[in-house]
Design a protein around this ligand. Structure first.
Ligand code: ASP
Length: 460
C-alpha cells in the first residue's frame, strides 16, 4: 500500500486522490457540516473506507465522513517522525536467550505526540532503543506473529502461537515473552495453558494499558518485568505479567487460567481470581508467593495440543432471558455452551425446557458463576438440582472465560461427551482449585492506595 495514502482504501482513498491530498498534509476541508483544518492522519488497514481522520490544532482527532466532503485543499506537510532510534541489541554468551513473540495490542504501539497517530514499534533494535534495560537481562530476539488488537485474537491465532512456542522450545530458547493486547489477554493465556502443557520454560504474556510514549505508560516496566521472568524465573508455566499495585513498585505474575482483566483503564487491571498470584517481580528478582507451580527444566519436552472447536458459545445470563437464546444456538449447530449464571449458578425457569432440548440434542452445557469468586453450587437449591437433572454440568470454580476456552479445547479433541466431561472436570493447569483462599479475596494483590496506606500504618 502506498505510503502517501497509508491505510486509506475505497471511497476515502478516492476522495484523497480526487483532491490530490496525501497523508500528513496540513489541509482545509469543506464539508456539509462546516470547515475543518488539520493534518490528515494515516489509518490502519483494517479501518473502514467511509472516513478521513484529521488531527485538529487542538490535539483532538476527528473522523470526517467522506460523503459530507465538498472540497479539500492541502497546504504543506507535517510528517510524524515515528522511527525510534534503532540500536543493535547486544548479545552476550552468558545471558539467557529470550524470544519475544508479538501479537499486537497497545504494547506494540506508541503514540506520536505531534500527530496523535498510534504506530507500531517492534523490532529488537527499536525495543532496545526504547527500553535499553532489556539488554541487561537477556539476549532478545523478536518475531511479529500478528499485529492485531486483542479482540481479534481467536482460535487460529491461539493454535499458531502454541505451535510456534513448541518450535521455540525445541530450538533451545530459555524463555518466551508474548506481547498482547490486554483486553482478551486472559482468554489467550488460558488457551495457551491448555494447548501448551508441561513446558520446561516460562511463557510470559505481557501488555500495556497505555502506549509506550505516554508519560504514565506501563509498557516499559511491564516489558522489563516480563523479560526478567522469562529469562530468570523458575516458573515454567503460562503466566500473565502486569502491574501489581497502582504505583510501579512491582509487577505480579498470574497463572494463565486464574487471571482476569478487572478494570477498563487502571494499569493495575489484572487480578488473580479465587487464588493468590504466583509471584511478584521487580527489576532485580522474581519472588514467588507460593511454591506449587511447575518448575523450570533443562529438557526440551513439551506437549503441544492445538485443538479448538469453534462452535462453542458463552452466554451471560440476565433476568428475563428467553429460551430462544439457547434454542437458536442449538439450531445453529453449536456443540457447547458455557453459561455464566447468577449467584451459585442459576438461570430462570422459562429457560429450563430449552436446556433440556439442548442437552437431548447432544450439546454440552456447563455452568459457571458471574460472581467470579467462588464455586458453582447446584445442590443448594432445588432449582440447581433441576438444572442438573436437565443436563447442565457445574464447572466448579472455573472462570467463565476459562470454562469457555476449555470446553472449546475439549470438544476440539473428541465428540464423546463423557470424555469431554472428564477433561472439563479434571484440573489441568490451575483452572479448578480444591479451595479458594478462606481469608479474603484479593489477597496479596494490593492495588487500592487507601488500603495500602492503611496497611502500612499497621505493619510498620
Ligand atoms: N484494545 C487493546 C487490545 O486489547 C488494549 C490494550 O492493548 O491494552 O488490544
Amino acid at each position: 500500500m502506498s505510503e502517501a495514502l497509508k491505510g486509506y482504501k475505497g471511497a476515502a482513498r478516492g476522495l484523497l486522490e480526487k483532491f490530490g491530498v496525501n497523508v500528513w498534509d496540513n489541509c482545509t476541508i469543506q464539508t456539509t457540516r462546516g470547515e475543518f483544518k488539520g493534518i490528515v492522519l494515516p489509518r490502519s488497514e483494517t479501518d473502514d473506507d467511509l472516513h478521513l481522520v484529521l488531527k485538529l490544532a487542538s490535539g483532538y482527532n476527528v473522523g470526517i465522513e467522506v460523503d459530507t466532503v465538498t472540497d479539500m485543499k492541502a497546504a504543506g506537510r507535517k510528517e510524524a517522525h515515528y522511527k525510534i532510534p534503532e540500536k543493535e541489541f547486544p548479545s552476550s554468551p552468558n545471558k539467557p536467550n529470550v524470544r519475544l513473540l508479538g501479537t499486537g495490542g497497545t504494547i506494540a504501539s506508541r503514540l506520536d505526540y505531534r500527530t496523535g497517530a498510534v504506530i507500531p514499534a517492534f523490532s529488537p533494535g527499536e525495543l532496545y532503543g526504547a527500553v535499553p534495560e532489556l539488554a541487561d537481562i537477556c539476549n532478545l530476539t523478536t518475531e511479529k506473529l500478528f499485529a492485531v488488537f486483542s479482540e481479534n485474537m481467536g482460535p487460529e491465532q491461539y493454535k499458531k502461537l502454541a505451535i510456534q512456542i513448541g518450535k521455540e522450545i525445541e530450538n533451545g530458547i530459555d524463555g518466551i515473552v508474548i506481547g498482547h493486547g490486554t483486553d482478551t489477554m486472559h482468554h489467550t493465556a488460558s488457551a495457551l495453558a491448555f494447548m501448551v502443557q508441561n513446558s520446561p520454560i516460562p511463557i510470559v504474556i505481557v501488555g500495556s494499558q497505555r502506549s509506550s510514549d505516554r508519560p504514565s505508560s506501563d509498557a516499559a516496566l511491564n516489558l522489563i518485568h516480563a523479560t526478567k521472568t522469562a529469562a530468570d524465573s523458575d516458573i515454567a508455566e503460562v503466566v500473565v505479567c502486569m502491574f501489581g499495585p497502582t504505583s510501579d513498585e512491582y509487577g505480579l505474575l498470574h497463572r494463565g487460567t486464574r487471571v482476569r482483566k478487572m478494570h477498563s483503564s487502571y494499569r493495575s487491571t489484572f487480578r488473580t481470581v479465587g487464588d493468590i498470584p504466583l509471584a511478584m517481580v521487580n527489576r532485580e528478582k522474581v519472588t514467588p508467593l507460593r511454591d506449587n507451580y511447575n518448575k523450570r527444566r533443562r529438557d526440551r519436552h513439551v506437549d503441544i495440543l492445538p485443538y479448538f472447536e469453534e462452535r462453542v458459545a458463552m452466554v451471560y445470563y440476565y433476568p428475563n432471558m428467553h429460551p430462544d437464546m439457547i434454542d437458536s444456538l442449538v439450531e445453529n449447530g453449536y456443540r457447547g455452551i458455557v453459561i455464566a449464571g447468577t449467584g451459585l449458578g442459576h438461570i430462570n425457569k422459562p429457560v429450563y425446557p430449552a436446556i433440556e432440548r439442548a442437552t437431548a440434542a447432544g450439546v454440552a452445557i456447563y455452568m459457571t458463576v458471574q460472581t467470579l469468586w467462588g464455586y458453582v453450587h447446584m445442590f443448594v437449591y432445588d432449582t440447581g438440582r433441576d438444572l442438573m437433572a436437565k443436563g447442565i454440568i457445574p464447572a466448579e470454580n472455573m472462570l467463565p472465560e476459562v470454562a469457555y476456552i476449555k470446553l472449546a479445547w475439549a470438544l476440539g479433541q473428541t465428540d464423546d461427551l463423557q470424555k469431554v466431561k472428564e477433561i472439563m472436570l479434571t484440573p489441568i493447569c490451575g483452572e479448578i482449585t480444591e479451595r479458594e483462599p478462606y481469608n479474603g479475596y484479593l489477597i496479596l494483590q494490593g492495588g487500592v492506595p487507601e488500603v495500602e496506606a492503611f496497611l502500612r500504618t499497621i505493619h510498620k
